[in-house]
Design a protein around this ligand. Structure first.
Ligand SMILES: Cc1cc2nc3c(=O)[nH]c(=O)nc-3n(C[C@H](O)[C@H](O)[C@H](O)COP(=O)(O)O)c2cc1C
Length: 335
């Protein structure tokens, strides 16, 4: 049986996706990333495989995990990301999320949270490839038992304490449709710069297996020039896209979905604020009755880099509803 690539095969190159971010990439954020950033693909926040099957078994239908799994077809293609270390839990979790209509399932092998890493989940799976392989096998088995053809992908880092070519070889042996890789080791957490030299070495190994390779870390956009493309990095460097199939953008998307676009559109302040209000409204619609504060970090992002916006930013991060956001914005007399 060939590798199930599903929707991944239909995406254009460079593929520009929004990286999963816990506490950030909720359904409203993803909808905006699609609508204004034209994201090729979006991921859910990571969801605990073990937590999911447990709350399902206990019928805790008001648990916050269900909120993290809410999505609309307009975000499509949307990939659900699971984390954990126990292959059996991944099987049970896949039996639940597999039926929910996601376009793919991704396994987190890169989260640097020390507790999770220590217990063998997230980036901890890099240290125990045998377990990582069993996790992939169990997710695939569940997908098969559900009679589905969902692609099962992996998002990881370049290594645990140093870049690890053995890890890349191992990933290549798994016949994955896609590997997304953050150019830092577990040990680096988020310090220093993502190493794009190492990412290109890893991409060469992994793409030989037929997998697509999405590079990640410090990307603030892509630049397309005829048939060639480059990734623009925070450092100001522009890296040739040639060794990769695309990129995932994380932190730079917060309040700035336009970084995902390939047409170079840069919005003016009025457009940014209109979309800030739109995201706040979408959040309230998707999560009625929920606390508003998760929206605030996005609101700050929408005015980041804007000159003399200190006062505006201070007001935005104190808001408690979409109506309040709109009121603050209207006071500026630019909408
Ligand atoms: C607040 C936050 C939450 C994150 N949550 C996740 C997650 O749930 N799953 C995951 O694979 N990576 C997660 N990441 C890592 C990002 O997906 C990405 O790999 C990392 O931020 C580097 O990309 P960037 O420089 O574009 O932000 C998270 C990162 C941040 C900053």
């Amino acid at each position: 049986m060939g590798v199930e690539k599903g929707f991944w095969n239909k995406l254009s190159v460079p593929t520009v996706g929004m990286a999963p971010m816990d506490g950030v990439t909720d359904a409203a954020c993803r909808w905006i990333a699609k609508r204004h950033g034209q994201a090729d693909v979006v991921y859910t926040e990571f969801v605990s495989a073990e937590g999911l099957w447990r709350i399902n078994k206990r019928q805790e239908f008001d648990h916050k995990i269900w909120k993290e799994l809410r999505f609309s077809k307009e975000e499509s293609p949307v990939v659900v990301q699971l984390f954990g270390s126990d292959p059996k839990s991944f099987y049970d979790a896949t039996m639940i999320v597999g039926k929910m209509g996601f376009d793919g399932i991704d396994i987190n092998m890169g989260c640097p949270s020390p507790g999770l890493e220590k217990s063998g989940g997230g980036a901890g799976l890099i240290r125990v490839p045998e377990c990582a392989g069993n996790v992939v096998a169990e997710v695939r088995r569940a997908v098969g038992d559900l009679g589905l053809n969902l692609p099962v992908s992996v998002k990881t880092r370049i290594g645990s304490s140093v870049p690890e070519p053995d890890w890349w070889d191992f990933l290549a042996s798994l016949e994955l449709p896609v590997v997304a890789m953050h150019g830092r080791t577990f040990k680096q957490l988020y310090s220093g710069e993502a190493d794009w030299e190492v990412l290109s070495e890893a991409a060469r190994v992994i793409r030989k297996s037929g997998a697509l390779f999405l590079a990640n870390g410090d990307v603030k956009g892509v630049k397309i020039d005829g048939r060639e493309w480059k990734a623009k990095l925070n450092s100001g460097k522009e890296v040739s896209g040639e060794p990769f199939d695309g990129v995932l953008v994380g932190r730079n998307v917060v309040g700035n979905p336009w970084v995902l676009r390939k047409d170079g559109l840069v919005p003016n302040l009025k457009q940014r604020l209109e979309v800030a209000v739109e995201q706040a409204r979408a959040y309230e619609k998707l999560f009625p009755g929920d606390k508003f504060f998760p929206v605030r970090k996005h609101l700050a992002g929408f005015v980041s880099g804007v000159e003399n916006a200190g006062e505006l930013r201070r007001k935005l991060v104190m808001t408690n509803s979409a109506d309040e956001v709109e009121k603050v914005v209207k006071e500026l007399n630019i909408l």
